[in-house]
Design a protein around this ligand. Structure first.
Ligand code: DGJ
Length: 791
């Protein structure tokens, strides 16, 4: 059958006339990379309010008569012809969009950096529409920046909305303008049939991270009920074979499962406003991709509420990645003139395997997401957290002695955990009563904070402001403050219920209670806990309030930061429950998991590293047997694993033996010596098997590196394979040493291995990367740290 069907020849004519169109490139100047896009404002004053802002938007009243149905339009007719090409570039990645005569721009490419001199006509020719036999008479691209219900689209919609009378449930946006700024495109579109405006913002940072968000405005006279508006739609090519989804549970966070994506959709949803079950991230990889090589596409959502992440194979085999909020019924009803702003979705691409995407995310978070007091990150202070060492059993003289002992270990921040307030002597009562317990601290908390300060330590205090125990003064005074469906039984978890912090009176109470203590006690750091999921989270009017709760939390955090500019906050949430970039834009640390068992932490920290830089992830050395798993590991193993994050100690320092104290001091000193590199370098995932983990950080100029080699299980082979160390400069030689206090293990070590633990050995980067080092045999739950210095 001839390909010159009438509709194809008509389409070619259109293409020829459209070749006068231009290639629009944002983010490029004469082939050079442009400077980074400045932050819109401090996240302490949210740059993009995620609220339903009331904007004064002229709302053309909808005509009573329905618009005429236009004439039949075939593929290749003028309305479906390409108009312009747009591109965003970073060092390693390119996004190419095609603006057609109608509809939202098609995503033509998201992946490897393309040469500068690509002509728009070439792209249009390559993407020329073709309709299959016995198929639709109108052609539409399969993947645009926001795929709606309407036209010939059957895949998962990015927008689900309608009017209260059931109308306006299809949307077909037309582009009005596309604004180009360095590294940024703002697409302004509207649908004049259903009276909606849409602005999509796209930014590609110099760190190779594409940020996308949408703002939908109701310009009609009637309200618009919105059930879904995704933040980001990203194209992943058809050659991708596996999708890695994030899943877990309390103490089992950041687990990664790889699955094959057939002709189907993989979806993870979290509807608890905590994300132990599914961190909001997803990764796609080509066959054979590993830690250091292969093509990988990764995405995450910057949002601390409920979410939906999906990977859907389209009918032509390509994959649509979508990230967005999961909205509860009735949560978003836009009145005339109101807007819905989505949280940002982030995407990274790398042809350097999983660590390439992790490096992009880490670098982007450092530059564009994190906000530090005094504008830059201070060396991350080594923490002693009182929880695992004391539980609720707080005793003032003992805490004073713990501070003294912690100071001798080299600790720089002492954190007093749960149990210091009201009637809180276990987890069944007192939560919400933020007054210092006089029976434990008759002189208040200031003497304890002063004691920490006198020992050159910061003082941190635990709060769980969003919650209340029904058995508390606060609940007795304000039972109406909680989120619950009135008339149904109160749903408690850990004996607690959730306060509606979007109420101004609740928010003001919490702000005053916390702020007053920060000032009067001298608090440098808040460990902000959040120990239950939201369920039936209805406000006093019975409406779902999940989304508002997150926005109110961000506002509360920002208020506290504004009132106390040097205050740091940790997003704890039972460990790992609120670990997303939405929280990270307003806090300075994530408590990764309540599980401090070093073997489990190997996996948990590996999962977290795919999205979070090590300097914000709390990693603690705890006592043995471990409180969650009961397992007993050597201090060397526990410390080596904990070294790769923001180090803390989570035990009673007064219970350590003299030998343990001596060894712990050496580990703390080692962390302090290495933290500059650990907290600024490039993540490297080495070869990871079922029994061995190789992970490290290299300096950006590759002059130094530090690696963790950990045995997670007994190897099957008689002797262990040489360990290859990725990310080094193949043309330089390195002195490699296993620094103190590590001890050589195994029988009959070679001279090289003895030297490794004494003065170090010198090996070229190429040999370390390609051939690897034969290390002393490790038993399960043993680890080495290797330090490399270029000579
Ligand atoms: C859960 C946290 O993750 C722990 O570290 C500890 O702070 C407890 N809550 C206290 O209740």
């Amino acid at each position: 059958m001839s390909s010159e069907t009438p509709k194809n020849s008509s389409r070619k004519k259109t293409l020829l006339t459209s070749r006068r169109t231009i290639c629009k490139a944002a983010g490029l100047a004469g082939g050079a990379l442009l400077v980074s896009t400045a932050k819109a404002s401090s996240p302490h004053e949210p740059a993009s309010p995620l609220s339903q802002d009331t904007k004064t938007v002229a709302s053309p009243s909808r005509s009573m008569s329905l618009p005429a149905i236009p004439a039949r339009m075939a593929a290749g007719d003028a309305d479906s012809a390409p108009r312009s090409m747009y591109r965003l570039d970073s060092l390693a990645a390119t996004l190419v969009l095609i603006e057609w005569q109608e509809g939202l721009p098609e995503i033509a490419h998201w992946g490897a950096r393309l040469p500068q001199n690509i002509h728009a006509e070439d792209v249009f020719t390559a993407r020329e529409a073709d309709t299959a036999q016995n198929a639709t008479d109108q052609w539409k691209p399969l993947i645009t920046l926001l795929d709606t219900i309407g036209d010939w689209r059957f895949d998962q919609p990015g927008l689900i909305a309608h009017r209260p009378d059931g109308t306006d449930w299809t949307a077909n946006f037309s582009v009005k303008t596309i604004e180009e700024k360095p590294r940024r495109l703002s697409i302004h579109a509207e649908d004049t049939i259903i009276n909606l405006k849409l602005v999509i913002e796209l930014t590609l940072s110099e760190q190779n991270v594409l940020t996308m968000s949408s703002c939908l405005t109701n310009t009609g006279p009637e309200p618009l009920e919105v059930a879904r508006l995704v933040s980001g739609t990203f194209l992943v090519p058809d050659r991708v074979q596996s999708i890695r989804v994030m899943h877990g549970a309390w103490t089992k966070e950041f687990d990664v499962s790889s699955m094959t994506l057939a002709q189907a959709e993989i979806v993870t949803e979290s509807r608890r406003n905590r994300t132990h079950d599914h961190f909001p991230g997803m990764i796609a990889a080509t066959a054979g991709a590993n830690g250091t090589s292969g093509e990988v596409w990764s995405m995450q959502l910057g949002w601390s509420g409920s979410h939906r992440m999906s990977a859907q194979r389209l009918e032509d085999g390509r994959i649509r990645f979508c990230a967005g909020e999961w909205l509860y019924p009735g949560e978003v009803s836009l009145q005339s003139g109101e807007s819905l702003q989505t949280p940002p979705a982030y995407a990274a691409y790398s042809n350097e395997g999983f660590s390439g995407c992790a490096r992009a995310f880490h670098a982007h978070a450092r530059k564009h997401v994190l906000v530090w007091p005094n504008k830059s990150m201070s060396p991350r202070p080594v923490i002693l957290n009182s929880w695992e060492g004391n539980g609720f059993n707080l005793n003032e003289p003992h805490l004073f002695r713990q501070i003294e002992a912690a100071a001798k270990l080299g600790v720089e921040r002492f954190v007093l955990d749960d149990g210091w307030f009201g009637s809180r002597r276990d987890d069944s009562r007192g939560l919400g009563d933020w007054n210092i317990a006089p029976d434990i601290f008759p002189r208040g908390l200031k003497p304890l904070a002063d004691h920490a300060h006198q020992h050159a330590m910061q003082f941190g205090l635990w709060f769980e402001p969003e919650m209340v125990n029904p058995e508390s003064e606060l609940y007795r005074a304000h039972p109406d403050w909680v989120l619950a469906v009135r008339g149904r039984p109160l749903r408690t978890s850990r004996y607690q219920v959730v306060l509606d912090i979007s109420r101004p009176d609740v928010c003001d109470y919490l702000f005053s209670a916390v702020s007053q203590l920060v000032s009067s006690v001298g608090i440098d750091y808040i460990k902000w806990d959040f120990n239950r999921d939201l369920v039936e989270a209805a406000d006093a009017h019975g409406r779902a309030a999940y989304r508002r709760q997150v926005l109110a939390l961000y506002t509360l955090w920002d208020r506290l930061h504004a009132a106390h500019p040097t205050l740091e906050i940790e997003s704890c949430a039972s460990g790992g429950g609120r670990a997303d970039w939405g929280a990270l834009a307003h806090t300075q640390r994530i408590w990764t998991s309540d599980n401090t068992d070093a073997l489990d932490r190997l996996r948990i920290q590996g999962g977290a590293w795919q999205f979070l830089p090590p300097e914000v992830t709390g990693t603690h050395i705890s006592a043995v047997p471990n409180g969650i798993t009961g397992r007993v590991f050597t201090l060397q193993f526990r410390a080596a694993v904990a070294l790769f994050g923001h180090l803390g100690i989570e035990l009673d320092p007064l219970e350590l033996s003299a030998d343990e104290r001596e060894e712990l001091v050496l580990w703390v000193n080692l962390h302090k010596r290495l933290r500059g590199l650990l907290h600024s370098g490039d993540a490297q995932f080495g070869e990871e098997t079922s029994d061995r983990v190789v992970r490290g950080v290299t300096a950006q100029d590759r002059s130094a590196a530090i690696f963790l080699i950990a045995q997670s299980d007994a190897g099957k082979a008689r002797s262990a394979a040489p360990v290859r160390l990725p990310g080094l400069d193949p043309n330089r030689r390195y002195r490699v040493i296993a620094p103190t206090p590590q001890k050589l293990t195994g029988n009959n070590p070679s001279a090289a291995n003895r030297a490794l633990f004494e003065k170090g050995i010198v090996v070229s980067g190429a040999v370390l990367q390609e051939m690897g080092l034969t290390l002393p045999r490790l038993y399960p739950a043993q680890a080495f740290i290797l330090e490399c210095q270029a000579i």
